[in-house]
Design a protein. Structure first.
Length: 218
């Protein structure tokens, strides 16, 4: 298969598996999405979705959030981990949104990445899911699968994002990054990987990855 044929195979398979794409993090607007994505760092979406209703019941907008102390926020979000850093980030970004953006979440990478605890990946998720602006957020699943499929060299997430944007049409980035995440979780995990269930890697996967898999199975 040519590289283009492999890319088309991956896209078509993902579209067949995920014609309707579930949204991983529960939210109702750009602000609650921003907070949920920030909380998801080194945590699971399931855990975050258990905690955000408790937080948003008290504060689902920056004006109410800054009425809470950092300690109060921290106490609620403790179960998701990294609560000292995340509580300061949520409180700090809420102040900045009020002071600089009239309480609204901005729509540019530059403005989003100026917010405390907001990195490029978080900004990408917010732009794509809250504002439908094309972005390609690379998480551990996408980074792993882009390497397994031979679409990126796996050196770092920055390179993986560049390769993804080069290979895939811009108009499908927002859907595709979610489809790959779900596929990685359900069919091509890091642990307990069963290649028989992973039709994409089995069909187009990097030879060294396939050889290593079969070597371990012996």
């Amino acid at each position: 298969m040519t590289k283009k044929e492999k890319v088309d195979f991956a896209i078509n398979t993902l579209n067949n598996l995920y014609p309707e794409i579930p949204i991983p993090l529960d939210h109702k607007d750009p602000y609650t999405l921003l907070v949920a994505v920030l909380l998801s760092a080194q945590s699971t979406d399931v855990r975050v979705n258990q905690i955000t209703p408790l937080l948003f019941e008290k504060a689902d907008n920056p004006y109410d959030m800054i009425k809470m102390s950092i300690e109060e926020i921290r106490e609620i979000i403790k179960p998701v981990g990294l609560s000292p850093m995340k509580s300061k980030g949520i409180h700090g970004l809420s102040h900045i949104l009020i002071d600089k953006h009239n309480g609204k979440v901005p729509k540019t990478f530059e403005d989003l990445e100026e917010l405390p605890a907001v990195g490029h990946k978080t900004a990408s998720v917010v732009l794509s899911q809250a504002f439908n602006i094309p972005a390609f957020a690379v998480d551990t699943h996408i980074h792993r699968l882009m390497y397994r499929w031979g679409f990126s060299n796996g050196k770092n997430v920055v390179q993986t994002e560049k390769d993804a944007k080069r290979l895939f049409p811009k108009e499908i980035w927002n859907d595709l990054h979610l489809q790959i995440i779900w596929y990685g979780r359900e069919y091509s995990p890091a642990r307990g990987w069963n290649l028989d269930n992973d039709i994409i890697t089995k069909t187009i996967g990097r030879k060294t990855v396939l050889n290593e898999y079969y070597k371990k199975k012996k």
